[in-house]
Every structure is written in C-alpha cells, then in structure tokens.
Design a protein around this ligand. Structure first.
Ligand SMILES: Cc1cc2nc3c(=O)[nH]c(=O)nc-3n(C[C@H](O)[C@H](O)[C@H](O)COP(=O)(O)O)c2cc1C
Length: 362
C-alpha cells in the first residue's frame, strides 16, 4: 500500500508524518498517546503540569501498550516566584463569585510552587528516554539540549516566529514546530509579545522552512489529510494536530469539551489569558467573556487558581468555566477512535497529494 514518508518521519520511525500534539491538562493523556503511537503517528505526553513520579508512571503505561516511539513535551517557564498580596487579593476576588456559584469553598491564596520544577522534570525525561522530547514556551540552554541528544533523544521545540526558530537552531535542536496563529491551546511564544506573533500556519511554516536548515513540523488549524498535504507541499516534514484528536474516545477531555468542539463554528475561538495567565486559543465561553477586564495572576499561578472551577464545571457538564481549547479548524472536528482517525488522515493525505500531482501537465 502507498505510504507518505519524509526524512523526519523515517528518522522517528513513524508510519506517516503525523505528530499528535502534546496536550497538557487532560486531553492528551496516556491512553490517547498510546493509541496514536500504536497506530503509526507520534503520540506526545504533555507534561507541563505533571510531577516527575507521575511522568514516569504515564510513560511506563504507554510502553506497556505499545513499543512504538512516543514524545514528551515540557513547558519552559520561569520558576515559581512569590505573588504580591494585592495582586493575589484582586485575582481571588475576581473568581470568588464563580466558586460560590459552583458550590466550591472560597478560593485560597495560591502558594508556591505553582507548577512542577523544570529541572526535576528534565531529569525524569532523561530517565524515561523517550524517542522524542519537545519544549514549548521557551528553549533549553545548549548544554541541556546536547545532553538529551547524547542520550539518543531527538529534540524539537515550538517557534511562533522566525527569530524563535533561529534560536532553536542555534541551540542545537533537531527540529522546529512552527505553531501558526490558528493553533488551539497555548501560544508557544517566548521571544516576542504573543499578540505580535500570530502569523498563520501557511505563511509561518513556509517562512520557517526558508529561514532554517532544520526539519519543520507545521501546527495550527490542520484537521484533515488535505491540510497535512498542504503543509508537506510547503516543505514541512510533518504536521502536528491537536484539536482534531480531542473528540477521540481515548482523549481525557471532559465530555462537554468534546461535544462543544463537534458543534462549533469556524469563528467560535478566541485567545484568552484568563484560564492560565498565558494566552491560549479556545472556544469562547462565559468565563472568557466575563473575565476579560478582570485582574489575573501570572502563569502558571492563574492556572492553579482556576483549576477547581474548570474541574467542577467539567464534571457538572457545564461548559461555562471549562478551558475548551480549540484551533480555528474546529468546525472540521469529527468523533472517531484515534486509530480510525489516523487511518482516515493517512488515506486523505495520499489522495490529496495524488490529486495535486494530477494537476501537473507535461
Ligand atoms: C488542549 C490543548 C493542549 C495543548 N497543550 C500543549 C502542550 O502542552 N504543549 C505544546 O507544545 N503544545 C500544546 N498545545 C498546542 C499544540 O501543540 C498545537 O500547536 C496545536 O494543537 C495545533 O493547532 P490545532 O489544535 O488547531 O491542531 C495544546 C493544544 C491543545 C488544543
């Protein structure tokens, strides 16, 4: 049977040039990762909020289900710093009425640490030794990148502008993920104001392919094989899809998130900082709208502050306070088990590439 392959997909041992995005915070749990890797794509564990012991348990679970390669992704954010008490008060006051509405006890001041320590997480990655490791929201120093590569790990990083892609190249990274402004979830921007780094996937992926000598993976708004074929035609060596996999039964997203994606229109997404303190794209809901003018904490303290609201709201099947991350391709969402979705994506990519070739006249 025909197969689509690129030098990067061959190097990573994939059946097709498809990375299923790391999706920290629930959607991309180990069940989804194992199912995607077993089906020939690269599944990715998004460990932004995961402590080292749990990282090891989840990686062992994936390995118990499949011998195929998988990836681990971490967010490179600064260590937790103490919060100014007035800022803390303002942020608590702005969410207190929502806590009361959901019958939750009044919100407590957020205390250090707000997220797992990056050094300990990287040590865990070195122990786990996944085939691929990626960074989001920042870059690691060169000696760290060298040490991971020396352990046989292929290292990638997210860029949302050409400067970030060049920075990754200068630090010895193996590949760049070009995250277009359409992308669901957090913006990976770290050298610019995130609002200034929203170039769309089509323009960004092509510009980065031309600007660096590394393989490029395109991400943002890609939902089917025609989208994958399009970014391969731009010179990308793989596509990274997140939103497309959230409705899968293996994804850990709350049912209201999955149902809302399947019902969404193409212009239902916006970028908000109110859930985590960093800009991220998701379906507009009441929390996003009402919180727009309200004070917030910095990432990741704000994420901790909104955690109980997001969880209680998701459990109650109420989408008002759930972070329903989604990219601009959301209207093309479909509910299929991961292996079937990957099969469909492969078939569609081959068909799109073949129909593109058929346009050429000698
Ligand atoms: C729910 C969700 C969580 C995400 N979490 C991460 C993450 O932890 N690390 C990361 O590098 N990217 C994360 N992303 C962004 C993806 O890597 C990717 O850029 C995005 O999904 C591509 O756009 P699409 O959702 O339109 O396919 C997340 C995306 C979503 C939808």
């Amino acid at each position: 049977m025909a197969r689509v392959s690129t030098p990067l997909s061959e190097k990573l041992g994939l059946r097709l040039p498809l990375i299923v995005a790391p999706m920290a915070g629930g959607p991309g749990g180990p069940d989804l990762v194992a199912a995607c890797s077993a089906a020939g794509a690269l599944g990715a564990l998004g460990f932004a909020y995961t402590q080292p012991d749990d990282m090891k348990k989840q990686a062992a679970f994936v390995r118990s289900k499949t011998h195929q390669p998988f990836s681990i992704d971490l967010r490179v954010s600064s260590p937790s710093a103490p919060i100014d008490p007035a800022a803390q008060r303002g942020a608590l006051d702005s969410v207190a009425k929502y806590y009361a509405e959901l019958d939750l006890p009044a919100p407590e001041p957020v205390r250090i640490p707000y997220a797992p320590e990056l050094d300990a997480q990287i040590t865990a990655v070195q122990e786990i030794r996944p085939r691929v490791f990626t960074t989001h929201l920042g870059a690691l120093p060169k000696d760290r990148v060298d040490a991971l590569r020396a352990a046989g790990i292929v290292v990638g990083g997210t860029a949302t502008c050409i400067a970030e892609a060049k920075r990754l190249q200068s630090l010895g990274y193996d590949f760049v993920i070009a995250q277009g402004g359409e992308a669901g979830g957090h913006r990976g921007t770290y050298l610019r104001e995130p609002a200034d780094a929203l170039t769309g996937t089509l323009a960004l992926a092509r510009a980065i392919v031309r600007a660096v000598q590394l393989p490029v993976v395109a991400a943002g708004g890609i939902m089917d094989g025609a989208g994958i074929a399009a970014v391969l035609a731009l010179g990308a060596q793989a596509a990274q899809l997140g939103t497309a996999f959230i409705p899968c039964p293996e994804s850990g997203a709350p049912k209201i998130h999955k149902d809302s994606l399947l019902a969404a229109r193409e212009d239902d997404t916006r970028i908000t900082e109110k859930f985590s303190g960093k800009p991220a794209r998701g379906l507009v809901n009441r929390f996003m709208r009402e919180m727009e003018p309200a004070p917030q904490l910095e990432y990741p303290a704000q994420n901790k502050l909104t955690g109980p609201l997001r969880q209680a709201s998701g459990k109650a099947g109420n989408g008002d306070f759930v972070a329903m991350w989604a990219g601009q391709g959301v209207a093309m969402s479909r509910a299929l088990p991961a292996a079937q979705l990957i099969e469909a994506l492969e078939r569609e990519t081959i068909a799109a590439l073949q129909s593109g070739a058929a346009l050429v006249r000698e």
